[in-house]
Design a protein around this ligand. Structure first.
Ligand code: GDP
Ligand code: MG
Length: 710
């Protein structure tokens, strides 16, 4: 590639359509490499803009902000810093914006505007906006941002790309005009005063571009990660860094003195500015009158004070019924198919570690992934329909006040409810929540909703140890216990949501007054394309993690091999068995013995595994009446020392409460890693849920003992 080909960078939020636009621009002329030292793809390609005008396009990782937090964002922030040093600086930036989420997407655009590089806003996903009978005033938007051009387009429907190329050509030929920008970041004077010492130091680094130095100073003060970026990527030497750091500390003190939180300083100022600009200008043009009145009539019923919720609950019921019933059919096929395939491999392959790894590790890992697919697709199908018809906006509207009180969004309701079936599709469904914070909280508490994988444990424990006694003559103790477990998970999810919402920093908040789109008939093809993409994404991305965990668990459960008694392999001798024994002292206060300890560990793969592990440990034949067999075995298990039964009603309660809370599901873990794009959140989830599980069980067991229950 000649070095004098002008470089153009594609930037934007994740899922705004950068890659789609990149593909449209470059076609086959792509080159994929990795960023140095890490496995994030760096994609470059060439495009023919006009006769004799070529350009090189760089598809940057998705980012919500130039403040480096995630790995992807770090890469972007480093690259931007390089540009400021005139290293590989692009002649133009295409800021890809999801037109349906202007406020959140423009946050990044407004940061990019500060870089003094011509910016073209690719207003992508206009197909969706048009489908909602809305439009966006691109002239106004261009003026508001001070962009070189705003090009409405749809990468999916492949229109607007010609106009984008024209706009790029204009920039390369230096034939563009920028309106006087209304949106240059205006930092309040009181804050300028606090941050000036920091921007002074940075201004040398930024070639005395005062404005850029100020906005960068704001970022360095707001986030330590931005400071570290300068340490690693700039010309500032150790001495300069010292000065910078103490200037930062001073600035933080001053900012807190005037009553502002330095951690959300940049977000506060920028969103304030954006929201004001967006509400002042008539950027988003709402739908036509005719559609509106028809929709309004429908809304009289669908969002009616009590008819609305009633209809919603009925719909929900129908959806879950279908997830529970219809989805189980293909799930059985998958389970049976994987079983056949496993047996087939056992038949044709010679026995040994390799075969065991393949059958018990890999194939069962793949099975664990595929088994969720039907539920995901079913739920996604209904979600897409509800979203595309415009009904979801009504649900969000009805539930918003209530959900806001606990830091969630009206749109959190459906994903949370679907957690009763399975957390995985629920977590994927949170994508409809635009606001990052509300989405994250929904994801974090969703696994507390009692999913169907807990049912086998509840059924086993309740059937064996909770007496079938009538309560208040119409209810029944077993039924009440079951309902209580569901209730416990749900109420805890609400409480935890309210608590976490106080701790998570804002990264983008809902700023638009919620607008009701008119009701529409969804496009069949787009629904199915979305389904396909989601399904593929889940299988590939979550699959990698689930596979790795399955293999580790297989290894721990199969080694070391000690086939002492007649070649029968004993899980008690394995690493997992040893861990089970080792953690016995820790779990004894919960009423658990080492056998349950082993179950707790194997069921990290999936909760229901604890039942089959106990069956294995008690040597219960895996036949039809498995549950009955294991019930008897559990009831007969006697503590060698005390001579008392190991399992009592209290132990059963304690175990159930443990499983209400415990984060025992590798697929959830994988999907949370995927959807939040970091290991941090799944780890936080595991820690807090396991903590809850332990405390909950401890409270139940010790409390029960104190009250004299056994
Ligand atoms: P990136 O994360 O920014 O690279 O986004 P992608 O290019 O991977 O696109 C994310 C999703 O949005 C994909 O499912 C695309 O098919 C979809 N998408 C991209 N552009 C458009 C568009 O113009 N309209 C619609 N409706 N969907 C789009
Ligand atoms: Mg991409």
């Amino acid at each position: 590639m000649e070095t004098n080909t002008p470089l153009i960078a594609l930037m934007g939020n994740p899922n705004s359509g950068k890659t789609a636009i990149f593909n449209l621009l470059t076609g086959m002329n792509q080159k994929v490499s990795n960023y140095p030292g890490i496995t994030v793809e760096k994609r470059k390609g060439t495009t023919l803009l006009a006769q004799n005008t070529q350009a090189e396009i760089l598809d940057m990782p998705g980012t919500y902000s130039l403040t480096p937090e995630s790995l992807d964002e770090k890469i972007v922030a480093q690259q931007v810093l390089d540009w400021m040093q005139e290293k590989e600086k692009p002649v133009a930036i295409i800021s890809v914006v999801d037109a349906g989420n202007l406020s959140r997407n423009l946050y990044l655009t407004s940061q990019i505007m500060d870089l003094d590089i011509p910016v073209i806003v690719a207003l992508n996903m206009m197909d969706r906006v048009k489908r909602k009978n809305q439009d966006i005033n691109c002239q106004e938007l261009k003026k508001m941002l001070g962009a070189a051009a705003v090009v409405p387009m749809s990468a999916r429907e492949k229109w607007g790309i010609k106009e984008l190329k024209q706009a790029l050509t204009m920039i390369i030929q230096n034939k563009y005009t920028v309106d006087k920008c209304e949106l240059k970041m205006k930092i309040p004077d009181s804050i300028i005063e606090c941050i000036d010492p920091v921007s002074e130091i940075l201004s040398q680094e930024h070639k005395y571009n005062e404005h850029l130095a100020k906005t960068q100073a704001l970022r360095v003060i707001t986030r330590k990660s931005a400071l570290e970026l300068y340490r690693d990527n700039s010309n500032l030497n150790a001495g300069d860094m010292e000065t910078l750091m103490s200037a930062r500390d001073d600035a933080i003190l001053k900012i807190e003195e005037i009553g502002m939180n330095h951690r959300i300083l940049e977000a506060t100022i920028r969103y304030d500015m954006l929201d004001r600009a967006l509400s002042k200008n008539s950027i988003v043009i709402k739908d036509k009158i005719r559609d509106k009145s028809r929709s309004e009539n429908a809304d009289k019923i669908l969002t009616h004070k009590w008819l609305g919720p009633l209809i919603f609950i009925t719909l929900l019921y129908g959806i879950f019924q279908s997830i529970f019933t219809w989805a189980t059919v293909p799930m059985e096929w998958i389970a049976t198919g994987m079983g056949y395939f496993g047996n087939y491999c056992i038949r044709i392959l010679p026995g040994g570690i390799l075969r065991d790894l393949l059958v018990e590790g890999v194939i069962s890992g793949v099975g664990a992934i595929l088994i969720f697919l039907p539920q995901i697709l079913f739920l996604m199908f209904f979600m897409t329909i509800l979203e595309d018809t415009g009904y979801m906006a009504r649900v969000a509207f009805m539930m918003d006040r209530l959900m806001n009180k606990i830091g969630l969004h009206g749109k959190s309701v459906l994903p949370l409810m679907s957690g009763y079936a399975c957390a995985i599709p629920g977590i994927m469904a949170t994508r409809t929540i635009d606001n990052w914070k509300e989405r994250l909280i929904t994801i974090l508490v969703l696994p507390l909703m009692s999913c169907s994988a807990r049912l086998p444990i509840y059924t086993l424990m309740i059937g064996a140890f909770i007496p079938n006694k009538p309560v208040f003559s119409i209810l029944n103790l077993q039924g009440i216990t079951m309902v209580f477990m569901y209730f416990l998970g749900t109420i805890t999810a609400m409480i935890i949501a309210a608590i976490i919402s106080r701790f998570i920093k804002e990264r983008g908040r809902s700023s638009f007054v919620m607008e009701m789109p008119p009701y529409r008939i969804p496009l069949g093809l787009s629904v199915f394309r979305q389904l396909f993409n989601r399904g593929k994404l889940f299988v590939i991305n979550a699959g990698k993690i689930i596979m790795a965990i399955s293999i580790v668990l297989w290894f721990l459960a199969s080694f070391p091999k000690s086939e002492s008694n007649a070649g029968v392999f004993n899980i008690e001798e394995s690493y997992i068995g040893r861990i089970g024994h080792a953690i016995e002292p820790v779990i004894r206060p919960l009423g658990f013995d080492w056998k349950i300890g082993i179950g707790l560990i194997t069921s990290f793969a999936a909760r229901e595994v604890v039942v089959s592990t106990l069956a294995t440990l008690y040597n219960v034949e895996e036949k039809g009446e498995n549950v009955v067999g294991i019930t008897v075995a559990l009831k007969n298990d006697i503590n060698q020392v005390t001579g008392l039964p190991i399992y009592t009603s209290l132990v059963a309660l304690s175990l159930m409460v443990f499983y209400v809370y415990a984060a025992q599901c590798m697929a959830t873990f994988a999907i949370v890693r995927n959807e939040t794009n970091s290991w941090k959140w799944p780890l936080i989830m595991i820690v807090y849920m396991t903590g809850l599980a332990y405390m909950g069980s401890l409270l139940v067991y010790q409390g029960g003992l104190m009250l004299g229950f056994t």
